[in-house]
Design a protein around this ligand. Sequence first.
Ligand code: ACO
Ligand code: ZN
Length: 163
Amino acid sequence: MSDQGFTLRTFTVSDLERVMHINTKCLPENYSQFFYKDLYTRFPETFVLAEMDGEVQGYIMCRIEKGWSKRGKLTPTRLCHVVSIAVMEDYRRKGIGKTLVEEGMRRGRRTYDCKEGYLEVRIGNEAAVNLYAKLGFTKVKRNYGYYLDGEDAWMMAAPLDEF
Ligand code: ACO
Ligand code: ZN
């Protein structure tokens, strides 16, 4: 138990239903069972859960990619892509989201040798943009009409040496 009252652990298959529940409660971007299965079989270490009050209340899931650095240099880079993160509404503003991103990025660096983290976030999602900025992510690109409803996304990225 952390001093903040929640604990982190790695995702297991039996958590799938709960994670899909949190995802549909918290975000309009929802995924098939196959999509989750592909992520947790390929990159199990960066699929992290936060538990509080005897139940999973938050998750982060990442995909490890080889690509170009998102931070302006034309350098082939191993990237830790935050595909999705969410915390149940009653459990927000307790540090869970921040701790999940920190742990996901740390594991991306240590386990998969990633050099950079990145993600897309709705430009109107102030909570998430603030959270990422607090952790050293900067806006590197605006993806116009990225979401199905037409909203733009910020792509945000951070070097992983600090994590
Ligand atoms: N308004 C402004 N700033 C906020 C807010 C908010 N509502 N929430 C968090 N922040 C910022 C603050 O700087 C906060 O630090 P502070 O509490 O000391 O001021 C910092 O982020 C850390 O907050 P946490 O408590 O760690 O974050 P939380 O556990 O509440 O989770 C999250 C944040 C995941 C964004 C949550 O609000 C959520 O689940 N939202 C709905 C789903 C979502 O938007 N997910 C991100 C989509 S983008 C993607 O998945 C790649
Ligand atoms: Zn993405």
